[in-house]
Design a protein. Structure first.
Length: 270
């Protein structure tokens, strides 16, 4: 599933094509993705001018001059295609701009979603209302994370994947950040010291920024809007490297936690 860096990369790719442009066509090509398209999507978005694009956690935001925000989630296989030569079977939403550009949301598995909310109601949008701070924001600090996990008996990896703790972190980058910080994914959250949390927050920010700079990680179906692949996967330290050597010389291990693969080094991470 595309994670925060992939969504950030997607938004960056859409921005020069959409920002400042009036939408001349908004065409859902089926009734639903993971859930139905908003029934008034075509009416509210056609003729609107896109004034801003942004991201919240793993969601992309397209803001219009009508005080609407179209919120998209890429699900497991979604991606935007820019100026495709032809419309394909799994292109489920088509946007066209006044300068003749075309964007299509392609989602073979249809686990993605499109929502439409008023700008002044975005904080109360159900997924956003319970989210913790953005991991790249100033509010996400070691002190915050220590307080948020105080007395918690769950493993730190589980706590970091909980969107109520911090917004937008996913399996790949949690594995990488925990390795970078030298913290075992099984370490109980409430038992981690303040200084180790400071180190973990720095690692999370570093790994996310590096992944964004590399255009994300191409995992299965994710491709950037320009059709290029993301290249951060070649820099993974532990993720997907079971049985290979860690930089310390020990082997990278893998186990399954709640249906997700956890990659780690027993020697480096305590």
């Amino acid at each position: 599933m595309p994670e925060l860096p992939e969504v950030e990369t997607t938004v960056a790719g859409l921005r020069p094509v959409l920002e400042g442009q009036r939408l001349t066509l908004v065409e859902p090509r089926r009734a639903n993705l993971r859930r139905p398209f908003p029934i008034d999507l075509r009416q509210r978005m056609t003729g609107a001018r896109v004034i801003e694009l942004g991201r919240r956690a793993k969601y992309g935001l397209i803001v219009t001059d009508r005080d609407d925000v179209m919120i998209f989630h890429l699900g497991m296989s979604g991606r935007w295609r820019i100026d495709p030569a032809e419309i394909e079977k799994h292109d489920h939403l088509v946007l066209e701009t006044e300068d003749g550009r075309r964007l299509v949301l392609n989602d073979p598995r249809r686990f993605g979603s499109i929502d439409l909310v008023r700008s002044d109601e975005i904080d109360s949008f159900a997924p956003f209302a319970v989210m913790g701070p953005e991991p790249l924001g100033d509010d996400f600090t070691g002190r915050y994370l220590k307080a948020a996990t105080k007395d918690r008996k769950a493993p730190i990896k589980q706590l970091l994947l909980d969107q109520r703790t911090v917004a937008g972190l996913g399996n790949i980058y949690v594995c990488e950040a925990l390795h970078m910080a030298g913290i075992s994914p099984a370490k109980i959250g409430g038992q981690i010291s303040g200084p180790r949390y400071d180190k973990l927050v720095i690692a999370i920010k570093q790994v996310l920024k590096a992944a964004i700079a590399a255009g994300g990680s191409s995992l299965r179906d994710f491709v950037r809007p320009d059709g290029e692949l993301g290249y951060f996967a070649k820099d993974w330290l532990v993720y997907g490297r079971e049985g290979q050597a860690c930089h310390c010389g020990a082997l990278v291990l893998r186990r399954v936690d709640s249906g997700r693969s956890t990659f780690y080094c027993r020697k480096c991470q305590k």
